[in-house]
Design a protein around this ligand. Structure first.
Ligand code: MSP
Length: 508
């Protein structure tokens, strides 16, 4: 079996309520996963939940339940969200699962045995909210720590440290020598800039007396594992580290993350892997952050965009389309309701919806609902056909470069060209002249073919709509495959269409 294309999302904190930012990351990963499936690849798409740490312990205490009970109550909010967003993940790892705990302990033991971990007495400023010791780097010019760290207290502890600093130069060279490792380029520069300062060694333990909710260190039961060390390992534990399956799946092709956790993924994680003798993932891709009407989303402001509410009002495809079309992977985005509605009505309902609806309705009206037989094409048909093939051909490269919004732009250029073609060819006028019957058949065939190509290209982005188009064309029995978007003439003439219905009801 060939190695599957392996893509991951961050594992989300189980105690949060999912919002549009989490939805965004998982949807982008899903589009990439589906695009690779469309190209005929085997895909392993992983998402998951980050369940250990102080915040979970505290939230459980406040509710009067055990941390595990708390996680079990919260996990369904996430597990039930993904199908609503049409997420096609192959696995969902929870860090409280035995398969994960075992791997974390195996890797810790391996590093410990290799002399990569040592103990040291440490005194410093500790933030409970960030679950980390803070240094002067984090301190503001006023000598105080920023509010995002919450209450900061002085702590003195013996802890275990991972010898990260000795790999710093190696990492810098690795990132320099492998330009595609961190995406986009400006994040690569950011991490290289960050690595100008000493990384220090990483404190990877928390005394169990202070924090019981974590994975015990295999070599000292008085400690649990630092939550980030635990969390990062999910990418190999879910892939079956230690089994034959792992050799098949690893390395991951893409860890898709939000820009705020770049240091963990492009700094700590590669070093952890290097020290443990595990190959590195091929790419860390960081996307931007969504704000709403220019403001940071927060529960206290009450401006959080709830993905479920959007799906209920507009459908999952509309949400997926907006998030992907609005910005390139990497840039920050601003959620504005008016903009969402403009794209829905203008691009989905008008450009795409009308094209499919008027094309297929004309086949119903002028060809008794049967795919017409094309006759000799004229230059306009050749041009349409060439643009369809060019758009399909560019697809793999766009996907490889994560240019998903440019890919949607390409597809929409084609959709708009098709709409222009309808106006230029005016099938309604051809239908009035019996001597133009052959031309009418060719035009309507070209349009039906264009709809078929569009349905393939849009499958990763708006899978429900793509499937609807295929049902209307009566070709939904076979799965969409990219190679068929490059071939013109796949629709069999003289076969009846399915039931034709509008794709996107207009909303005011
Ligand atoms: N548990 C850690 C990740 C561990 S991965 C080994 C974590 N979880 S999180 O629940 O806070 O989710 C982080 C991810 O959610 C971000 O990296 C990002 O992908 C997504 N987003 C959360 N809020 C976001 C926005 N406002 N906008 C876009 N995405 C953001 O960090």
């Amino acid at each position: 079996m060939p190695k599957p294309f392996y893509i991951t999302t961050p594992i989300y904190y189980v105690n949060d309520r999912p919002h549009i930012g989490h939805a965004y990351c998982t949807i982008v990963a899903d589009v990439i996963a589906r695009a690779h499936r469309l190209m005929g690849e085997e895909v392993f798409f992983l998402t998951g939940l980050d369940e250990h740490g102080q915040k979970v312990q505290q939230a459980a205490q406040a509710k009067g339940v055990t941390p595990q009970e708390f996680c079990d109550q919260m996990a369904p909010h996430w597990e039930q969200l993904w199908p609503k967003l049409l997420i096609s993940n192959n696995d969902l790892i929870r860090t409280t699962q035995p398969r994960h705990k075992q791997v974390v302990q195996t890797i810790l033991q391996k590093l410990y045995d290799a002399g990569e971990i040592y103990t040291s007495e440490y005194e410093g400023w500790y933030s409970t909210r960030a679950e980390q010791f803070l240094t002067e780097k984090e301190m503001g010019p006023d000598g105080k720590f920023p509010a995002e760290y919450g209450e900061v207290t002085r702590l003195k502890e013996k802890n275990y440290f991972f010898k990260m600093s000795k790999y710093q130069d190696w990492l810098i060279n690795y990132i320099r020598d492998n330009p595609g490792f961190v995406y986009p380029d400006y994040r690569r520069n950011e991490i290289l800039g960050f690595l100008q300062k000493p990384l220090g060694d990483l404190c990877i333990s928390r005394p169990a007396s202070r924090l019981a909710w974590g994975i015990p260190l295999p070599f000292d039961a008085g400690y649990v594992t630092y939550v980030w060390f635990d969390a990062l390992v999910n990418y190999v534990s879910a892939a079956g580290y230690g089994s034959a399956e792992f050799e098949q799946r690893w390395p991951a092709d893409i860890h898709l993350i939000g820009k705020e956790i770049l240091l963990f993924h492009a700094g700590y994680w590669p070093i952890m892997l290097k020290a443990a003798g595990i190959p590195l993932p091929k790419q860390i891709a960081a996307h931007g952050w969504w704000t709403r009407n220019g403001q940071k989303m927060s529960k206290s402001v009450g401006n959080v965009v709830d993905p479920v509410a959007i799906v209920e009002a507009w459908g999952a495809d509309a949400l997926r389309y907006y998030l992907l079309r609005e910005l390139p992977v990497g840039s920050d985005g601003d959620w504005a309701d008016t903009n969402f509605e403009r794209r829905y009505n203008g691009e989905l309902a008008n450009d795409l919806g009308n094209l499919v609806n008027r094309s297929l309705s004309m086949i119903n009206r002028y060809c008794k609902g049967v795919v017409p037989q094309p006759a000799v094409p004229d230059p306009l048909d050749d041009e349409l056909r060439a643009l369809a093939a060019a758009t399909a051909k560019r697809f793999p490269e766009r996907v490889a470069k994560l240019e998903l919004n440019a890919l949607l732009n390409d597809i929409w250029d084609f959709i708009r060209r098709c709409n222009q073609y309808v106006d230029q060819c005016a099938p309604w006028a051809l239908a009035k002249d019996p001597s133009k019957a052959a031309r009418l058949g060719t035009v309507l065939y070209s349009l039906a073919e264009s709809c078929r190509v569009i349905s393939i290209l849009l499958t990763p982005f708006i899978p429900v709509t793509a499937e609807k188009i295929r049902r209307q064309l009566a070709i939904a029995d076979a799965p969409a495959v990219l190679i068929e978007a490059e071939l013109w003439g796949m629709l069999v003439p003289n076969r009846p269409l399915g039931e034709v219905a509008p794709l996107f009801p207009k909303k005011q």
